[in-house]
Design a protein around this ligand. Sequence first.
Ligand code: AMP
Ligand code: GLY
Length: 422
Amino acid sequence: MNILILGSGGREHSLAWAVLQNPKCDKLIVAPGNAGIAQIADCASLDIMEGSAVVTFCEENSIDFVIVGPEAPLAAGVADDLRDAGFSVFGPSAAAARLEASKAFTKQICDAAKAPTAAYAHFTDAQAAKAYLAERGAPIVIKADGLAAGKGVIIAMTDEEAAAAVDEMFGGAFGAAGAEVVIEEFMEGEEASFFVLCDGEEVLPIGTAQDHKRVGEGDTGPNTGGMGAYSPAPVLTDAIAQKALDEIIRPTVAEMARRGTPYQGVLYAGLMIKEGQPRLVEYNVRFGDPECQVLMMRLGAQAFDLMQAAAEGRLKDLRVNWAEDHAITVVMAAKGYPGSYKKGSVIGGLEALPEDSANMVFHAGTVTEGGQIIAAGGRVLNVTARGETLAEARDRAYGIADRIDWAEGFCRRDIGWRALSD
Ligand code: AMP
Ligand code: GLY
């Protein structure tokens, strides 16, 4: 098969790495890709937000199957355009992608599905929002309704912060994404991510993970896109995972089907767990980044069979072959991230590193210039390793990270700490 992956991050590098191991893959193209992806697949420059351009590209390149990595093209309807043109696609329709693209929509679905989540209210003007704040008080969570590149959530610990957040959102700080605002109860507990594949009807769990959103060790400092992740997440025990499936995920997927907008693709449920009870924090309609990197390392070649079965409505017949293993990914970022940072530094030592089923450096933000690998983003590399225990995976990952010659980069040294006893 000729397979196209849309996207350019560490997530897409890990998807490409897994797909290439599957014997069904004859040719793999990633658009636009990055310097690491270019070492294992063809990269094509293509505007992945333009459905018609992606359709033309697929026709010209005899593509049989498309995997859409990020949420923006999904929300823009690129998967719909491809399916309308007859292509097999992994990823939800724009209507189903509203589970990530609109927080108010997700809350309505939770209401209809009776899925446990934070109590909330939905506003279109600052005055009504502030009246609600006065009634509820801090701590409270203010969310821009639309896609805001992971920045549209403000956890207000004081009433002043909450009022300022409402002003900021209705003042246009998040553009159109903040024209509507959801205010919700602050939930306490431990967060974990649950990933399931859906084919419109069936739901198949493919793994759990936890990430580290804060830039600093001990989970301190500003929020980032994620500084590392590990799988499985011990807090998501079998019993809690079953509860999340029965009370949150299956009712959501059934409600989407009932509305005539069935969900197909990966559904990433962010859960807050307290006293054995999961509650939904948010849905994402794509793999997490960097969570995908640990999931792909654990699933390997079968990841493609699973995604294909989801796209073709055959999940009922599929099983995941689990290994009793653990994977971890450590993000190497440019110094200064998530604040301002320099691009353009040279990264050395990568050629000498092992690349196998237990060790892999995925590229998140790199380009090649004059034969050298150059940092071209905030999060730049994802050092990923697998082991029989999380400690073994962690030691492998840091062993690799220490061999990378990049003075302008940094990583957190404590990825996985919540799940590690040493
Ligand atoms: P989201 O963009 O919805 O994932 O929110 C970003 C992060 O904010 C989540 O991963 C949580 O850590 C936190 N968060 C969001 N909503 C809540 C809530 N209702 N209570 C506590 N933390 C929350
Ligand atoms: N790592 C969090 C996310 O992908 O949304």
